[in-house]
Design a protein around this ligand. Structure first.
Ligand code: NAD
Length: 440
């Protein structure tokens, strides 16, 4: 394929050199003449292990070219990859000036160059941009600027996951290859571009692809701060945090895994809130600040507040709470966010009926019983024997259990509003007219 790469920084140079190494005819464009000259001379403008050799090889085999002219680069090009910078604005937003300028350059070039043989050109954003940028900025600009052109142009977002220092190896072994586009022709072009990689291209909607990159970087940053907060506290307790974290990482079932990474409702139960409080207490008495961990408790409170606010705003009078324990298949009610939710809603004068497939108040014992008696002293009066009785005349159903009887009852007797706290109720419930996810 003939590929134009706009922006020859870290991402652009690695991308251009690696695509050229796989036989594509790659034309890099940069406004910086020094970078263009370096590549033309067979040298990389950025320091990255192995990149000088790859650039030299690409230039020698006439697979890699560099120019300041978008027109030259886009002549007959199937794809343009936008790899320009997206720096922070002074207020922390994303400065899209370079993206806009690159789109203008691409559009101006497309108006004058010969089209690719397929008659379709894909403008693919590789820079990290906020969700909504491709559909809200790039695509409308292209429609406007290419008015009257017979060329069919589609757009996509393909986030780049490479890390500086291991850019080439990351490019050839990416954790994921994602194309965010609603355009099947563009999806095909991107799949063809990356056909040499082992992984198939995952085609998703544009906003998902844009959001994925931010989620990934936020998670990486959170992981680093988490490890550092552990070390900040454990050093004071004479514990070697390196050893703790090495063992921690050996748990690939709960720690380094997809466990606990599904969006949903607040955490609760007999351990997580208690042990977090305990760590934060240790930090306080040892004068260590752990803002990330403290933030998780604050964030958890927000998760409950947000659902309470939504229900109050809906002016609900009668509410069915389907699922009371902190997770399915247990009757442990200690620090269940659902108990907190019930307590807060009852306090607001809402008539709350509760169904839980497992909880039986006569069988609750010990700390579990004490906890629920302190928070919901009349639980036996609120509980219904089946989900339909809870749903009867309810304005809102708040559902945390995925129990089969509950799902069947929701379908048989749909409430005007169903708030799903688990995200696991299945497509039938999700297509009910009153359905809404807690965070989706
Ligand atoms: N650096 C990384 O490790 C990395 C990894 C993944 C994603 N990203 C994202 O990729 C994007 C690029 O990052 P980078 O580190 O390569 O940036 P960079 O600053 O190193 O390079 C950007 C290049 O774009 C050029 N440029 C600006 N406007 C241009 C135009 N109109 N036409 C042609 N060239 C133009 C600049 O001169 C510069 O050489 C950013 O959005 C970044 O967030 C970076």
């Amino acid at each position: 394929m003939r590929v134009a790469v706009l922006g020859l920084g870290y991402v652009g140079t690695v991308t251009a050199a690696c695509l050229a190494a796989h036989g594509h005819d790659v034309w890099g464009v940069d406004v910086d003449t020094t970078k263009v000259r370096l590549i033309t001379d067979g040298r990389s403008p950025v320091v990255e292990p192995g990149l000088d050799g790859l650039v030299a090889e690409g230039v020698r085999r006439h697979r890699l070219h560099a120019t300041t002219s978008a027109v030259e680069a886009l002549e007959g090009a199937d794809i343009s990859l936008l790899c320009v910078g997206t720096p922070s604005t002074t207020r922390g937003g994303t400065d899209l000036t370079y993206v806009r300028r690159a789109v203008e350059d691409v559009a101006a070039a497309l108006m004058v160059v010969s089209p690719p043989s397929s008659g379709v050109h894909a403008v693919v954003v590789r820079s990290t941009v906020p969700p909504g940028t491709v559909d809200g900025v790039v695509a409308p600009m292209l429609v406007d600027l290419l008015d009257g052109s017979p060329l069919r142009v589609g757009t996509a977002m393909c986030p780049e996951f490479l890390r500086e220092g291991s850019g080439i190896s990351d490019f050839f072994h990416p954790p994921l290859v994602v194309a965010g586009t609603a355009d099947a022709r563009v999806a095909r072009l991107v799949s063809e571009l990356f056909a040499f990689l082992d992984d198939p291209v995952r085609v998703v909607d544009v906003r998902t692809a844009e959001a994925l990159k931010y989620a990934s970087n936020a998670f990486h940053a959170t992981k680093i701060s988490f490890a550092n907060e552990m070390a900040r506290l454990y050093r004071l307790l004479d514990v070697d945090a390196r050893q703790v974290m090495e063992l921690f990482c050996e748990d690939t079932v709960l720690n380094i895994s997809s466990a606990y990474l599904r969006p949903g409702f607040a955490f609760g139960g007999s351990c997580l809130p208690k042990d977090l409080r305990s760590l934060l207490h240790l930090a306080r008495v040892n004068s260590a600040d752990l803002p990330l961990l403290a933030g998780t408790l604050a964030s958890n409170t927000l998760a409950v507040n947000e659902v309470v606010d939504r229900i109050v705003a809906a002016d609900a009078r009668r509410l069915a709470l389907l699922g009371l324990s902190f997770k399915t298949d247990t009757d442990d009610l200690r620090e269940s966010p659902n108990v907190e939710l019930a307590e807060r809603l009852i306090g607001k004068g809402i008539d709350v009926r509760i169904y839980d497939p497992v909880v039986n108040p006569t069988r609750l014992v010990g700390a579990n019983r004490q906890y629920v008696e302190s928070r919901l002293p009349h639980l036996h009066r609120l509980l219904t024997p089946d989900p339909l009785s809870a749903l009867d005349s309810a304005d809102v159903a708040v559902v945390s259990t995925t129990d089969r009887d509950v799902v069947a009852a929701l379908l048989a007797c749909p409430s005007p509003r169903v708030i799903d706290l688990s995200g696991r109720l299945g497509p039938d419930v999700e297509s009910l007219p009153g359905y809404e996810g807690v965070g989706w």
